[in-house]
Write a protein that binds this ligand. Structure first.
Ligand code: UDP
Length: 240
């Protein structure tokens, strides 16, 4: 597979064309941003960890019947993925209250939710990714009813698989963000699954006020030990 010209640069990844029109190469950077780009920094080694981890998660999910964009890892930072048209919705699944959910509804972080929940944000940096309901998503033609139903079904299937997997590593999956794309008419899981996009808490600490974050909250909230948290996650995954 030949790596051709760069076609896009995002906050955490670059995307390159290949000699196959159906495939692109994503290249993971160490750059980190938070609060819609207001906070910027680097997390040494993050790109290598997120690349490896996301690919392993996608392979596991494929085995469980979730179609993904993953094709093949090329190197520490580079992976071949299917060239999808991203559905402009950020899909957030939650098991335990944290972050914006806690703030919006005035519920303490670490409160277990009665059922896993799903919500959508409209992927639009200028607008700051506002929360959107499915009627508005349909009204704005962001996706069809069938696509949204499929996205919901797959998002909860991903939650079931990831929750169980991380539990076995002594990690509670609090919440996470997914993105989906269209590939030859099919909805497939795209983007990444990593400590950038998931909240991972040391097992058993979620129902206390002193939960231990092993994810990007260490960067967002200036908790220190950012690199160590990413290393710890990949170490436990590789040890499986
Ligand atoms: N998240 C993300 N990208 C975003 C916003 C959120 O990956 O632009 C992830 C975040 O890491 C967390 C989950 O989605 O695992 C829920 O985030 P929340 O809505 O609570 O927002 P935050 O508190 O991070 O602003």
């Amino acid at each position: 597979m030949q790596k051709l010209e760069q076609i896009y640069e995002g906050k955490a990844k670059k995307v390159f064309a290949t000699d196959n029109p159906d495939y692109v190469i994503v290249s993971y950077k160490d750059d980190a941003t938070a609060f819609n780009g207001l906070k910027k920094g680097t997390i040494a080694g993050k790109g290598v960890i997120n690349n490896k981890m996301s690919n392993m998660m996608m392979e596991m999910l494929e085995k469980k019947g979730v179609p993904t964009h993953y094709v093949e890892q090329l190197s520490d930072r580079d992976t071949v993925v299917k060239k999808v048209e991203i559905v402009p919705l950020e899909v957030i699944v939650r098991n335990v209250a944290a972050g914006s959910f806690s703030k919006r509804y005035g519920v303490a972080e670490g409160t277990e939710l009665a059922i896993p929940t799903i919500e959508f944000s409209y992927k639009n940096d200028e607008l700051g990714d506002p929360l959107i309901n499915t009627y508005h998503a349909l009204a704005l033609r962001l996706a069809t009813k069938e696509e949204i139903d499929e996205i919901k079904r797959l998002a909860f299937a991903v939650n079931d698989a990831l929750k169980e997997f991380f539990k076995s590593l002594g990690i509670d999956l609090i919440d996470f963000k997914l993105e989906f794309g269209r590939f030859h008419g099919q909805i497939v899981l795209a983007d990444e699954i990593s400590p950038d996009t998931c909240r991972f808490w040391e097992a058993g600490t979620w129902d206390t006020t002193k939960h231990v974050s092993l994810d990007k909250d260490r960067f967002r909230r200036d908790l220190g030990g950012v690199e160590d948290a990413y290393q710890e996650i990949i170490k436990r995954i590789m040890g499986k």
